[in-house]
Design a binder for this molecule. Sequence first.
Ligand code: NAD
Length: 297
Amino acid sequence: MANIAFIGLGNMGGPMASNLIRTGHSLTVFDLSEAAVNTLVSEGAKSAATVQEAAQNADCVITMLPAGQHVETVYLGENGLLADLSSDTLVIDSSTIAPETARKVAEAATERQITFMDAPVSGGVGGAKAGTLTFICGGEAEGFKQAKPILEGMGKNIFHAGPHGAGQVAKICNNMLLAILMSGTSEALALGVKNGLDPSVLSEIMKQSSGGNWALNVYNPWPGVMEGVPASRDYEGGFLVNLMNKDLGLALDNAVKNHAAVPMGALARNLFELHASQGSGALDFSSIQRFYYHEPS
Ligand code: NAD
């Protein structure tokens, strides 16, 4: 079992760190939110006053932070961790960030003989709590071999996508598709309801037909069709519209750099951005359903 420094205990990082404690690892945690730290301490983690203190004596450092700038600050900023870690430390970043930022951190780590893996996740808060996340890793084969047993404490499917940054590329492709399919599913449900169909009946029909997809199977966006999903609790918790917008921005930036046409991704990005501009940025992304349909007042 390893001494793990876990940094970033939000919607995803909190339950991921809990699962590592349950697996038997020793955790030292840090987050800017005291409440988030206290929850983990009540489950057996040690708390640290700074990122640097958390990483002292760690065999492995895991970060689960909102965006690239936070990851750069923690590893490369003033008092950045990479300057202090010993060369046998394994560093895993599970945040969703630009592939080039992951490569920049990886390069700095490699210069100091530190093993770095980008390992963004899919599976949402439900998957983080259940320990069934999918990890999409980028880095050297040897790093993947070291990281896999630790990631298995938090996830079910652990993929090696390729070299440094490849995990982030696969992740942003996946999330672009997710935004497109959630928008399309919401659009189809709204059309059916406008025609007087029951959204539960229509969902079941599409699930068993050629329109079946992940949103219909496990994350239905129509309130009341499925229990335990954000749509059935006013779109609270889950994966925020603002974070989806960040990921769609990463996909579009990447498409420009690589001369890839992403018309559907661009449309999804605009839909979610408009939705956020109407005050929905802090709701779950399945709230895009409201963009298509409002109960008649
Ligand atoms: P979140 O906003 O709930 O949590 C982020 C945490 O990081 C917060 O607790 C915040 O206080 C902490 N933090 C910020 N800066 C910090 C710093 N410098 N030092 C220490 N802590 C700091 O976000 P989340 O939903 O947990 O998402 C984290 C990452 O995972 C994001 O990159 C997101 O895109 C990705 N992701 C989220 C989901 C999801 O369903 N929520 C799914 C897959 C991937």
